[in-house]
Write a protein that binds this ligand. Structure first.
Ligand code: BES
Ligand code: MN
Ligand code: ZN
Length: 500
């Protein structure tokens, strides 16, 4: 979709549809909505007076303009109540309007910049959210022949009356477009079947994009991984015919790579559970078990495309977790890159193993902070609910607070959980430094405590368990069913102003 900015009155724009908005319960519209209402001789006011449009968030209504303005239709979209209005509501409303436009087979879609007027957002923020909501809301993944034309509008015109806002709107629109494109790419990676999205394929795609945005990508193969001493990643990948990859992205603005933020993501391209094989139901969505890797890689590429102050490193261990005659077994003892040994009690607790090696690898960058992202536990879904929030663990309050702020700003919800020492007791092993599962109870806390044993010492560290968020059970607002791209916008927001 092409995105353009037009300075002028929205009721004068030539397009197949124009979008205007309404806060919930407002009966006399203002701004652009009022201007369109006047041009339509009070048609919007009459709809409101009749009580046929309330302005609930994401509510839409199509009005035909009968030649009164150049555009044949107006799409009226609700922004919800004024009291709870924010950028998240803009994304939701923009998505609803764009989806309605797609149903109408609109080619040229013109819209106001939602929230810049009465909503009180800055023009930049409002434009970014309008573009994000539109591009994210129109995303689809399918391989259905008959749906090949479900592309949505070919152009989005952002229409603003006040010419002094043009530069801010252009900047916001550009940020929104870059972010949404990387989020949608991450959604594709997650949605792609596991037999296609192998570790090698993920590495290839990431290398290609790294080249495009001008950053360094380094891909370690199975021999290099083993030679480095990554005993955990080597063991997990051993049951599969597909070789593992260790993907490294380095965004070093002006060649500077000192004290980077290091992002680490779980890249299990398929999690069968290994010899502790999952059930039919449990295995069904496990192509998405590389969503953490996808998120950190996408965020780093986006950070580079946006030319954030940086530096940022992304580390993504990628492999399959499969059962076979070569597979690692319960009772095995592995040695991770930092020398610590791990007793395997369950081969389905594989994510923490590959992350152990990657977290240990992070130490060589002398990082200012390390943040890992992983679809780590079913327990996170039990605790917080499917599609509700991801779990945050951190040993550093300032880092945790910065991530919570980023979550609030982006609508990618996070909830902080405790890192009590009790959880470490549960993963003590008689034969190794730690074991890879503490059992059912407290499974969320013990998984985080396990990771902490491998994070570089003395470096602020945070862990995001995104198992509840990587694939949506059903579509909502600008988040489609399936791969969500969760984490990309959150991490980029954090990287704009990293703390500590
Ligand atoms: N990838 C799963 C966690 C998961 C479950 C993600 C459901 C998304 C949806 C992870 O590798 C796993 O299998 N975890 C086990 C750990 C247990 C064996 C200690 C779990 O949560 O059951
Ligand atoms: Mn597993
Ligand atoms: Zn897994």
């Amino acid at each position: 979709m092409r995105i353009e900015i037009r300075i002028g009155a929205i009721q004068e724009v030539e397009a197949d549809a124009v979008v205007v908005n309404l806060l919930e319960g407002v009966t006399t519209p203002g701004g652009a909505t009022a201007a369109v209402d006047r041009a339509l001789e009070g048609r919007i006011s009459r709809v409101l007076a009749a009580g046929d449009f309330r302005g609930r968030l994401g509510e839409t209504m199509v009005l035909y303009t009968d030649g009164r303005i150049p555009a044949p239709r107006v799409i009226l979209v609700g922004l919800g109540p004024e009291a709870s209005f924010n950028a998240e509501k803009v994304r939701h409303a923009a998505a609803a309007a764009a989806q309605r436009a797609r149903e109408l087979k609109v080619r040229q879609l013109a819209t106001v910049v939602h929230g810049a007027g009465r909503g009180g957002l800055s023009p930049e923020e409002a434009a970014q959210a309008t573009v994000e909501g539109t591009l994210l809301g129109l995303y689809t993944y399918h391989r259905k022949k008959e749906n090949a034309d479900r592309q949505g509008p070919e152009a989005l015109l952002l229409v603003e009356f006040d010419a002094t806002k043009e530069a801010a709107i252009a900047a916001g629109a550009r940020r929104g477009e870059i972010l949404a494109r990387f989020v949608n790419r991450v959604r594709d990676w997650v949605n792609e079947p596991a037999s296609d999205m192998t570790p090698r394929r993920l590495a290839e795609e990431v290398s290609g994009l790294a080249h495009e945005v001008g950053i360094r990508a380094q891909i370690l193969d199975e021999r290099q991984i083993a030679a480095l001493g990554m005993g955990a990643l080597t063991a997990v990948s051993r049951g599969s015919e597909e070789p593992p990859r260790f993907i490294i992205l380095e965004y070093a603005p002006e060649g500077r790579l000192e004290r980077p933020v290091v992002l680490v993501g779980k890249g299990i391209t398929f999690d069968s559970g290994g010899l502790n094989l999952k059930s039919e139901e449990g295995m069904l969505t496990m192509k998405g078990d590389m969503a953490g890797a996808a998120a950190v890689l996408g965020a780093t590429l986006a950070a580079a495309a946006l030319q954030l102050p940086g530096p940022v490193v992304a580390l993504a261990p990628a492999c399959e977790n499969m059962p076979s005659g070569k597979a690692y077994k319960p009772g095995d003892i592995l040695r991770a890159l930092n020398g610590k040994t791990i007793e395997i009690v369950n081969t389905d607790a594989e994510g923490r193993l590959i992350l152990a090696d990657a977290l240990a690898y992070a130490a060589r960058y002398n990082p200012r902070a390390v943040i890992d992202v992983a679809t780590l536990t079913g327990a996170a879904i039990i605790a917080l609910g499917q599609d509700v929030a991801a779990a945050l663990f951190s040993d550093h309050d300032e880092l945790a607070a910065a991530l919570l702020r980023a979550a609030e700003a982006t609508g990618e919800r996070l909830w902080r959980m405790p890192l009590w020492e009790d959880y470490l007791e549960r993963i003590r092993s008689d034969v190794a430094d730690v074991k890879n599962s503490g059992g059912r109870y407290g499974g969320l806390g013990t998984s985080a405590m396990f990771l902490k044993q491998f994070a570089p010492e003395g470096v602020p560290w945070a862990h995001l368990d995104i198992a509840p968020m990587d694939m949506a059970e059903k579509a909502r607002g600008y988040v489609p069913k399936g791969g969500t791209g969760y984490g990309v916008r959150l991490l980029v927001r954090y990287l704009e102003d990293p703390k500590p």
